[in-house]
Ligand binder design. Structure first.
Ligand code: SF4
Length: 369
């Protein structure tokens, strides 16, 4: 089966106040060295592999120069055979790329952009420390369309400090008015160590947070976006094929600082620090810090708790074909208990979490861990 490829670009113009991703501001001096190391890491991957999704995420990939992005994409194409329908996504921060840059990405074969809007309310964008305004986003979206991108995804966030239902609906309405192919909606979590966590702002209580989620599911449905995963919605046929690979536990290779891979029944991850990553690649050709063999138990568990995040759930037949044992044999008790509570449903060959429980799915999924 063809692989998914993930490439991590850990640079940002400035750090958003809520962000605990592996991304760094004010490290422009390292960009060339990093791209060089990234290309070497890709070059060192085994030959003759096919890939049908490529995702360049971050950080902010679109703050790299045209030449740097081109170098990476050329290196990927030299190493991997990309299928003719390969989904090639680049994450984009609205304030970091214009029409010229988008045209260049198109010429390089990029066919999908994931744009971080987060909120349509200026006060919320400020409170989150985002570097863009709504009009930056509108310009970015229009320019991307002008050069031919028709597979555009937006990231939104709910559960923001002081957010009201009216604020959230305004963001949803604004997002839908742009008619993107795909929308991801994540609830904000205050991560320890981030400036927003230190500020300890007033957050929506659990009930309101649940209401935001429900409003989002029903509003997007009314506007033609099918929910296909806890936080992801798409027009028919426009689901993120790359992300589906994660939830279906298909193999993928990650490159860059902090990136991880799942290949040949092993999970391995690179060190997160930028300079150490570059140094390790330069000296040893690899920055792998941790290599964990995946036991069959771990793989069965991942198959369930990742697969059940998806609205279509998991297939009894696929489980048995993959692991040589029936789902009932391994998780019979857990499944029975949840079927009784109606927190799981059996639909022919599939086991699914009913949509009204997706929001609290963690309490169900934990039984499969
Ligand atoms: S743009 Fe994304 S990765 Fe960069 S600081 Fe903001 S949230 Fe983090």
């Amino acid at each position: 089966m063809a692989l998914g490829i993930y490439i991590h670009i850990p640079f940002c113009k400035s750090k958003c106040l809520y962000c605990d991703f592996n991304s760094y501001a004010n490290q422009d001096g390292l960009k060339d060295r990093y791209v060089q190391a990234l290309c070497k890491e890709i070059q060192n991957f085994p030959d003759d592999c096919e890939a049908d999704t490529l995702y360049i995420g971050g950080g902010t990939p679109t703050i790299l120069s045209k030449e740097q992005l081109e170098k990476i994409l050329i290196q990927v194409k030299q190493k991997f055979t990309l299928t003719p329908d390969c989904e090639i996504t680049v994450e984009c921060n609205p304030a970091t790329m214009g029409e010229d840059g988008f045209r260049h990405l198109r010429q390089l074969g990029v066919n999908r952009l994931s744009i971080g809007l987060q909120s349509a309310n200026e006060k919320e964008l400020k409170a989150l420390g985002r570097i863009h305004t709504l009009s930056d986003f509108a310009r970015c979206f229009q320019e991307a369309k002008t050069v031919g991108f028709d597979n555009l995804s937006l990231d939104l966030m709910h559960g923001l400090p002081n957010q009201t239902m009216e604020d959230w609906m305004h963001t949803l309405e604004t997002a839908v008015a742009f008619q993107p192919a795909h929308i991801s909606c994540y609830g904000l979590k205050l991560e320890e160590g981030t400036p927003l966590f230190q500020q300890n702002p007033p957050m929506p209580d659990e009930d309101l947070a649940g209401d935001f989620y429900e409003a989002c599911v029903s509003f997007l449905k009314q506007h033609g976006y099918d929910q296909y995963e806890i936080s992801n919605f798409a027009k028919p046929g426009m689901e993120s094929r790359h992300n589906i690979k994660y939830w279906r536990c298909h193999e993928f290779a990650g490159f860059g600082a902090g990136a991880y891979s799942c290949l040949n029944h092993q999970r391995y991850s690179n060190g997160r620090d930028l300079s150490s990553y570059c140094q390790s690649i330069e000296q040893d050709g690899s920055a792998v810090e941790e290599r964990i063999p995946l036991t069959i138990d771990a793989e069965m568990s991942e198959f369930c708790f990742l697969g059940l995040r998806m609205v279509e759930g998991i297939s009894y037949t696929e489980f048995e074909e993959r692991f040589g044992v029936s789902l009932e044999n391994v998780y019979g008790e857990t499944i029975k208990k949840n079927l009784r509570r109606e927190t799981l449903l059996r639909l022919n060959d599939r086991l699914v979490i009913p949509s009204k429980y997706l929001y609290v799915s963690n309490s169900i999924l934990v039984d499969f861990v």
